[in-house]
Design a protein around this ligand. Sequence first.
Ligand code: FAD
Length: 527
Amino acid sequence: GHGPWQSLNRSALGRDGQIFSWNVKQVEALFVASSITSTMLAISVPPELTDNLHTDSGAIKLASIDYGRIIKEKPFAVLYPSSLDDIRTLINLSYSSSFPYTIAAKGQAHSTWGQAQANKGVVVQMSSLNSFRNGTGILISGDRSSGFYADVGGEQLWIDVLNATLARGLSPVSWTDYLYLTIGGTLSNAGISGQTYRKGPQITNVLELDVLTGKGEFVTCTSQKDTELFYAVLGGLGQFGIITRARIVLEPAKERVKWLRILYSDFSSFSTDQETLISTTGPSHKVMPDYLEGQLLMSQSPLDFYPQSQHQKITSLINQYGIVYLIEVATYYDNKNEDKRVKQMLKSLKGFVHGFVFEKDVTYLEFLNRVHDEEIVLRKKGLWDIPHPWLNIFIPRSRITDFDNGALRNILLKRNFTSSTVLVYPLLRSKWDERMSAVIPDEEDVFYVVGFLDASADDWETFDNRNKDILQFCVNGGIKFKQYLGHHATKEEWINHFGSKWNTFQQSKARFDPKMILSPGQRIFNN
Ligand code: FAD
């Protein structure tokens, strides 16, 4: 059993089928029933739900903004649920209506292309479940022999999961770079970071899910039970159900982290060394880092990671080469012997620039929460709540050098996008589960994540146009890339994105959300 979770669900399930036989007062809650005719339809909503449905301009505005600040779709109402049953009632009302309205779960709206918005539908503000959880949003169980895990509400933030598990000397194993994201939001995508090459994406470190489907049914699913829903939901872009609980794998946490940045003047040495580090059979397999990513350093890149005394020397390296590539690695440790392991790891590397290895020693929490420090700085400068025309793509290993030449050098550098934050790091397909909805490139064992993470207060279109040119470069060159966290303009593009997974994806949609109610902002079925 799952302790308190079971009783929560049971009380919710106990009302099954009774929603429409309640002594429901006719309430003047108006939904825009059809975006085509804009007919207004009055439907009956249980009073306990109406109290939590907000239609004031403040609530509407908040629900039509996301981290991207590019797409702004207005919902008709926002539900601040005070229980899981509130959400189920909302779904049931739509599902049984002859004019179903769309519903989008909104985690933290850290999407960049309106994925958590619902044009003329209802947005569910998931964070408002916190008071209902009453401190039970994160529950830790298990033991040393069978393993530890946490049962976590879909609305919970990863930073809170980290703090709660660290208090017990435990930690999730797979992360995103930034932790103020929700469990439901990252599991709907994949959840990737420097740990993914070893541990798999976050979606492969989930043991069980509670899902409220597009038919308003509560289902507990695992890799053994209701498997179609389990695999569909993981990486499923919110299309099949709302994740209300996930059981997350935990492991004992280390206390400290050696955090290194190793600089390269050429792409070939950089990617060769990255692939050496992630190789399970190569010379360094005994000293594999716990985390591996990579980034570009260009003339406008911030240098705050490095000691002030080194800035000038780094700047001249950048001036000489235009792009300096850096491998970022981290190893977790408890005792003092870590220096030896780091030295051994560096010995396995061939091509970095001598004298350009920089190391920090920080707590485990400081390391995992590192992007939050950047957030604080950017917020102070007014550079956080501005448009983010992001592009994230997965590039097959065999074409990554072409991508460096054609996109990084010929487009990015040549056109002077030297303030862009660009991540480049390899992942292993063997760590992904083919049965899940998340999409990665076909065939090759290694593929690279390339993230263009720009922010622009006044000119996001310039960055977006550049990104379109990068995608066009890939298309022209026959590079079989896949987008991550992407948006596609047409259904054909989505079909192309899912490739061999489209049939299954579509079938699961027909089974679990046949009225196409959920997460319309992805624009897969609601184009
Ligand atoms: P939202 O944006 O609110 O929702 C995302 C989608 O999931 C929407 O379609 C929504 O309807 C749906 N959804 C939300 N909650 C649920 C639920 N409970 N059940 C079902 N569907 C739901 N991603 C990475 O993988 N790796 C990174 O390193 C990384 N770094 C990031 C850094 C920053 C600064 C930011 C802003 C984002 C980063 N992301 C990263 C992207 C992040 O994973 C996505 O934004 C993701 O959508 C999570 O954000 P969210 O929890 O706010 O979800």
